[in-house]
Design a protein around this ligand. Structure first.
Ligand SMILES: NC(=O)C1=CN([C@@H]2O[C@H](COP(=O)(O)OP(=O)(O)OC[C@H]3O[C@@H](n4cnc5c(N)ncnc54)[C@H](O)[C@@H]3O)[C@@H](O)[C@H]2O)[C@H](O)CC1
Ligand SMILES: [K+]
Length: 494
């Protein structure tokens, strides 16, 4: 199993294209499926020990992976059962099914097991499962003692029309998952939209998801990601490349003997009507490693290392400023507008956050000749770029092209997009980040990275990484002030 940090993220179509390229070189789908199923079996075997394993197989190649895994597990001496939603539809899945010599129970009647493996649906899911009836035996009195057909199917396995009170696929999946001690999903929990990250049908929450060949957007985008549990990549010999990658720890240089406050980067933060927010951004920048932070506005108070300066065009014109943060606590009044105008014409690299985004014309950003990083949350993004049903990756990419800026589309699934199409997506942000001021802290952390001279995408990625890692280190119930302080330990861990 491979950790997914830094790994390429492929859509369903990109994954199929990568598979097709390998198949075109003479590697059959069956071979890929055998690699996938064998890799799954080895992981399940290690985790299951002597516990019975129930593998739920769907009609496509995800199900095919399940049949191969069952066969290999049985060959390893594991106690394994298979339950099928319906007969395999693809040639590869039929071949995999033929390789399983055991009984195939029906999903409708399978009894629970301590370990459940979901191989019902993967990247081929195209519609919600909820409406799907669970095929049941056409049990009539004559069939009550139905024998197994030559194919190992219980006689009479039909897709009987769902009737009132009959179980749905999702209902059976939840029932069997709830009864299991360990829940493992093959490629994706069944019910998730691979590219959109939407839950077409709400799956159970799994302990582990084994991504086959590549990470998919649903492993990172919400709400899908919350059903995946731990995500590990299984290499099945399909080369993959993508402009989208899972965010990984940044490589940041520590100061050397020749360092001084300006070489480490001078950041200016423009204050507004809510000085606490800009204070948080300034403190965050200092804790993230900025060499010199000046807060431009009418503020007062600790820390002493923070240089508080009245806002003026002169102060803004300091050519030692490496980057400028505007937005935290700015407000939207006339003073805010005039300070935004001054920032846009300052020729400093910019991080534009919070209220400043509400005052901004995206077209204005495109015309700037300096690096710009925008850090909208969902509401600010909609206000700036309009609402859309498109997935978060597509939206962030389009916004980056429209503004020619790096866009940090914040959320429980933060997507960072550059105008050239590169995308980085952060894993598993702490839910405790849902507290006032954490956005201000992020703006300051990114500002410190930009002021230190990182290119805008790297600066945004480093800031998002430090912000997320600081939150992880803090655990529960922290406030934004704690988060700003914790950037120090996150920075020190790199
Ligand atoms: N990554 C790799 O290198 C490999 C991945 N493999 C596995 O193949 C699946 C994708 O298989 P596919 O046959 O395209 O689709 P699924 O098995 O996910 O879906 C089955 C099938 O079901 C139909 N369908 C779609 N939605 C529904 C629905 N709501 N209800 C009923 N039926 C539905 C649709 O026709 C689908 O085709 C991938 O996830 C991997 O697990 C292979 O092992 C090859 C190597
Ligand atoms: K699955």
């Amino acid at each position: 199993m491979i950790d997914i940090e830094g790994q390429p993220i492929l859509t369903a179509a990109e994954m199929r294209a990568a598979e097709d390229a390998v198949i075109a070189c003479g590697v059959s789908v069956e071979t890929l499926m055998n690699r996938a199923g064998t890799a799954i079996a080895h992981v399940v075997r290690r985790l299951a020990g002597v516990n019975e394993v129930l593998i739920l197989c769907g009609p496509g190649n995800n199900g095919g992976d399940g049949y191969v895994a069952a066969r290999v597990l049985a060959e390893m001496g594991a106690t394994v059962r298979v339950a099928a939603l319906s007969k395999p539809k693809t040639a590869a899945a039929k071949s995999a099914r033929a390789g399983w010599s055991g009984v195939v129970e029906t999903l409708a009647e399978a009894k629970p097991a301590p370990i459940i493996v979901d191989a019902l649906f993967g990247t081929g899911l195209t519609r919600p499962l909820d409406a799907e009836p669970v095929p049941t035996l056409s049990r009539s009195p004559a069939d009550a003692g139905a024998q197994l057909s030559s194919k190992g199917y219980p006689d009479g396995l039909l897709c009987a029309p769902a009737s009132a009170g009959e179980q749905t696929v999702v209902g059976r999946l939840h029932f069997l998952a709830n009864a299991a001690q360990l829940r493992i999903a093959v490629d994706l929990p069944s019910g998730l939209g691979t590219d959109s990250g939407q839950a077409l049908s709400k799956p159970p929450v799994f302990n582990l998801t084994l991504a086959l060949g590549a990470v998919k957007p649903a492993h990172l985008l919400q709400p899908a990601a919350r059903y995946c549990g731990h995500i590990r990549l299984l290499d099945i010999g399909v080369p993959t490349t993508s402009q989208a990658e899972v965010l990984k720890p940044p490589t940041l240089a520590n100061p050397g003997p020749d360092a001084h406050k300006y070489t480490r980067g001078m950041l200016a933060v423009i204050a507004g009507i809510m000085s606490g927010a800009s204070d948080l951004a300034a403190l965050a920048a200092m804790r993230a490693g900025a060499g010199y932070v000046t807060l431009l506005g009418d503020t007062a108070g600790p820390p002493h290392a923070l240089v508080r300066t009245p806002f003026s065009d002169h102060a803004l014109a300091n050519d030692r400023i490496g980057a400028l943060v505007i937005g935290p606590g700015l407000g939207r009044d006339g003073i805010a507008r005039s300070r935004l105008e001054a920032a846009l014409t300052s020729n400093h690299p910019l991080i534009i956050d919070g209220d400043a985004l509400r005052l901004l014309d995206p077209e204005r950003i495109k015309a700037l000749k300096v690096p710009v990083i925008l850090t909208p949350h969902a509401g600010e993004f909609d206000a700036l770029f309009g609402k859309s049903d498109a997935d978060k990756i597509t939206r962030a990419r389009e916004a980056a092209v429209l503004t020619n800026a790096v866009v940090v589309f914040k959320g429980a699934d933060t997507v960072i997009a550059a105008p050239d199409g590169r995308v980085r997506i952060a894993q598993g942000a702490s839910d405790w980040l849902s507290t006032a001021g954490t956005g201000d802290v992020l703006a300051g952390a990114i500002g410190a990275m930009l002021a230190a001279g990182l290119d805008p995408l790297d600066a945004a990625c480093a800031g998002v990484w430090l912000h997320g890692d600081a939150a992880r280190r803090l655990g529960p119930a922290f406030i934004a002030d704690d988060l700003a302080e914790a950037l120090r330990s996150a920075r020190g861990a790199l």
